[in-house]
Design a protein around this ligand. Structure first.
Ligand code: CA
Length: 220
């Protein structure tokens, strides 16, 4: 799961990046509206944290341009004031949720997780696939009630596949959603990671489709 943070205050940007990374997300960052708009327009994100007061291009304009271009990524807006007019403008421009500054980092993380789940059509924080229960809030996986220990990266891959159960996820798509854009993973690193996840899960839920990618589905 990859998140874009657009925030011009360096300290706040850093804290958001660190909190989201600690929560298991790959994170790209931007410090002004132009850079943020460009990244959101050219990269694939599962969610965006967007400040409204930004240099070069304000947040409402950035959001409006993405929506005009039919970019449906869930967007959590950060507003400096608790003024209703600003929130209304953000919702009208296509925001999915907002938090008012100052906020707790945990609130941003919780809301981002909820937005990603809802966008994937899951209303519960727990995703079930056969004997597996994937707790997207706690970052835990259990098979028949027994915990399965995954690394943060393995969890990110499993979580992305689980959010998109039943459809084929291609290699490029998976790379885009589990690594930040500075990462340049080896072409076979995903195969190695998926094989390792499979061994740990001890249940056949991730299927490899030669030349296409992977599809997660419950065992028959
Ligand atoms: Ca700002």
């Amino acid at each position: 799961m990859k998140v874009l943070v657009v925030e011009d205050e360096p300290q706040l940007n850093l804290r958001l990046e660190q909190s989201l990374e600690a929560a298991g997300f790959a994170v790209d960052i931007a410090f002004d509206g132009e850079e943020g708009w460009y990244l959101g327009d050219t990269e694939s994100y599962d969610a965006v944290v967007l400040d409204l007061g930004l240099p070069k291009l304000d947040g409402i304009t950035v959001l409006g341009r993405w929506r005009e271009a039919k970019r449906a990524v869930p967007v959590l807006v950060l507003t400096a004031r608790s003024r209703w007019a600003e929130k209304a403008a953000a919702f009208n421009a296509g925001a999915d949720d907002y938090v008012t500054k100052p906020f707790e980092m945990e609130e941003v993380v919780t809301r981002i997780r909820a937005l990603i789940r809802r966008a994937a059509g899951h209303s519960s924080p727990e995703i079930i696939c056969g004997p597996l229960r994937i707790d997207t809030v706690g970052g835990r996986v259990a098979r028949d009630g027994m915990p399965v220990a995954l690394t943060a990266q393995e969890f990110r891959i499993l979580s992305y596949l689980a959010h998109h159960q039943g459809r084929v996820v291609g290699r490029t798509e998976l790379v885009e959603h589990v690594y930040d854009r500075d990462a340049d993973p080896d072409s076979n690193v995903l195969d190695v990671l998926v094989a390792r996840i499979r061994r740990k899960l001890k249940v056949e839920v991730i299927h490899t489709l030669r030349g296409q990618g992977w599809r997660m589905e419950p065992p028959p």
